[in-house]
Each structure stands twice: as C-alpha cells, then as structure tokens.
Ligand binder design. Structure first.
Ligand SMILES: *Cc1c(COP(=O)(O)O)cnc(C)c1O
Length: 360
C-alpha cells in the first residue's frame, strides 16, 4: 500500500524523507556497527547526535543562550505538574488562561500545588475562540502565566504573544511548535510533547529560562526538577535516545527547507486551502472564530451530521485517514502539521467538494 494521508492529531505524520533516512540507518548507523537504539547514551556517537539535535533546534527557533533545552519524557501531561513544581517559587498562585481541553487539564493539575487564577475563559462558547488580553484579569503577584497557544482539540490558535511584564510566560506549544517563528525571549518556559510536530511519541521538549531553574517546591522528586536535567545535559538518566535522534533528523530537514519562516508560509497555504473552501460552502462549517483559526488543527462539521460516517468511509477509501473529530467538538478534524504535504490537503479539499456535490 502507498502511504496514506494521515490527518491524525498525534501521534502524527512524519516527513517521508526522515523516515527513509532512519530506515537506511536503522541497523547500522553511519557505519558504526549498531543502531542508534542500541548505543550507550554516554558514548561519543550518541552524545554527538543529541548535541547536534540541540544545536539545530537552537538555530531553528533562535533560542537565546540563557535558555536551557531539556529532552525529557512523560509527555506534555507531565509538564502540567512540573511547571507548578518548578515555577511557583514560594508564591501562592499562578495565572492560567482557559481556552480548551488542554488548558483545563493544565489548570486541574496546577491546583494540586497552589491556587489558580483563571484570567479568562472561552468555555462560554464551547472554546471556539480565545479571549483577547484586554479581557484578562491578571494577578500582578502570580508566579507565572500559563496558556495554550494552540488548542489541538478545539483548533483555536493565538497568533499574538501576551505581554505580561515580569511574570514569566509559560506556553504549552505541543501542537504549534516549529509551525512558525516565535520570539523565545518572551517566554519563561515552552514545552511540547514530540508526537505532533517534532518526532515520535516518548520525547518531551522543554525550553526554560535559566533563572527560573532551581527553586522547586519542597519534596519534588528528583526527576521532576528541571535542575536535575539542566545540570546533566538531559542525561541524568537514560534519555529517549531514538526519539531524540528522529527529532534531530526533523530539525535538520526543517533547516534545509528554509527554517520556520518557510514552514509558516507553506502552513498558511495549506490551512488557506481548507478554510477558504469551508467559507465558500454551507455544506461544511468551521466552528472556530476567524481570528483564532488554527494553522495546524482544523475542525469542521457537516451540516447534516447523519452523513459523518459516510464521509469518513469515503475519505478512507481515498487514502485520507484519521479525520474523525474529537468527541467534544464532533464532526471532523484535519491536523495538518509541517509534515503534511500541500498535496494531502488538496486531496482532502477535492474529496470534500466531490462529497458535497453528490450529497447536497
Ligand atoms: C497532545 C497534547 C497534550 C498531551 O500530550 P502528551 O504528550 O500526550 O502528554 C498536551 N497539550 C497539548 C496542547 C496537546 O496537543
């Protein structure tokens, strides 16, 4: 079977050229006589792979020297706890913006460690938009402000960076990282599970400003302290070596393709194909407010939800898979991360038009 167009929200599509290089090197990496999976994480070959991955990521994202890059495990979900454990720093409460299912989970976890002040919420309209900063009720004494720049489930993206003075800004970038350039220096912590736009599941990326490290809540387990990992170059224990290797191949490929500005250009073309069609028809609907429409995760509904199953079946027959929407939104969701080619999105739009013509 030829490769399918995989619109899964995560684990998600990976670049074909990366998979092919990994295949070519799988059994015997660059003539060293073993697979990357079999290497000691303290050996010179593997240490070189990890150092190169970090330096390519730093270059891609323009990560300033006073930020640490940590390659961890436990998923973005573990960061829901690690962020308060590391960043409360003796303060009583933290600010959270609530824009969807992932924000809610982060808030729930943070409440185990301190008070949470929800600065604003879009739950009133089923998380179909993001409240603008003028509507936020911030606490000037907050330990940090946490938000989710792209809600993977709702497809709600925030394209501006909050300006919040001295309060460290923390962002769960799981589904938006590497999709467009950002100014890292405006953030205290950025974290992301790898399985959306970076690499395979099992690797979690944390980018943290150095001055925020080293003041954990008493009783924090060693493994949950950013300091443990920053002092040991993410090698306090065995890092997820193969995931880091694949991520490194992705970083190298993104650099070769012109970096994040080039990614944004292509991502806007891809999302534009889908949104402009959704706007041109009544047969399908986008539930998200225009200014917050995600470039990466695009939910849409059929006017007649009784046709959902038939739509999915027809899509699958054309090699367009994983389009079923999350149960909280219903309908469909097309996740179109960096590795989804323009042709995949075009094939989806062509199918949607055809389906509309025969069923409208
Ligand atoms: C997928 C996702 C998570 C959860 O990631 P895990 O790595 O599975 O823990 C958290 N936040 C966002 C925005 C996500 O998209």
């Amino acid at each position: 079977m030829e490769r399918l167009y995989n619109f899964s929200a995560g684990p998600a599509v990976l670049p074909r050229e990366v998979l092919e290089q990994a295949r070519d090197e799988l059994v015997n990496w660059q003539g060293c006589g073993m697979s990357v999976m079999e290497m000691s994480h303290r050996g010179k070959e593997y240490m070189g792979i990890q150092a190169q991955a970090e330096s390519d990521l730093r270059e891609l994202m323009g990560i300033p020297a006073n930020y640490k890059v940590l390659f961890l495990q436990g998923g973005a979900s573990s960061q829901f706890a690690m962020v308060p454990m590391n960043l409360l720093r003796g303060k009583a409460s933290a600010d959270y913006l609530n824009t969807g299912e992932w924000s809610k989970k982060a808030i729930k976890e943070a409440k185990k460690f301190g008070a949470v002040n929800v600065v604003a919420s879009s739950e009133d309209r089923n998380f179909s938009y993001a409240p603008t900063q003028d509507a936020w009720k911030m606490d000037p004494n907050a330990a940090y402000l946490h938000y989710t720049p792209n809600e993977t489930i709702g497809g709600v993206e925030i394209f501006w960076t909050p300006i919040i003075g001295d309060v460290p800004l923390v962002a769960d970038m799981s589904s938006t990282i590497l999709s467009r350039p950002i100014d890292v220096s405006q953030f205290g912590v950025i974290y992301a599970g790898a399985q959306k736009n970076i690499g395979p599941a099992g690797l979690t990326l944390v980018i943290v400003r150095e001055d925020l490290i080293g003041q954990v809540v008493a009783g924090t387990p060693t493994m949950f302290d950013y300091k443990t990992h920053s002092e040991n170059e993410s090698m306090y224990n065995t890092p997820p070596t193969y995931g880091i290797y694949i991520a490194g191949l992705v970083f190298k490929m993104l650099k070769a393709k012109g970096g994040l500005a080039a990614m944004e250009k292509t991502n806007r073309i891809k999302a534009g194909l889908l949104y402009s069609y959704l706007d041109a028809t009544d047969f399908y609907n986008s539930p998200v407010e225009r200014g917050n429409r995600s470039l990466m995760n695009i939910p849409f509904t059929l006017k007649d939800s009784a046709l959902d199953e038939e739509f999915l079946k027809g899509a699958k027959a054309r090699g367009l898979v994983q389009l079923k929407g999350h149960r909280s939104v219903g309908g469909m969701r097309a996740s179109i991360y960096n590795a989804m080619p323009v042709e995949g999105v075009q094939a989806l739009v062509d199918y949607m038009k055809e389906f509309e013509k025969t069923r409208a």
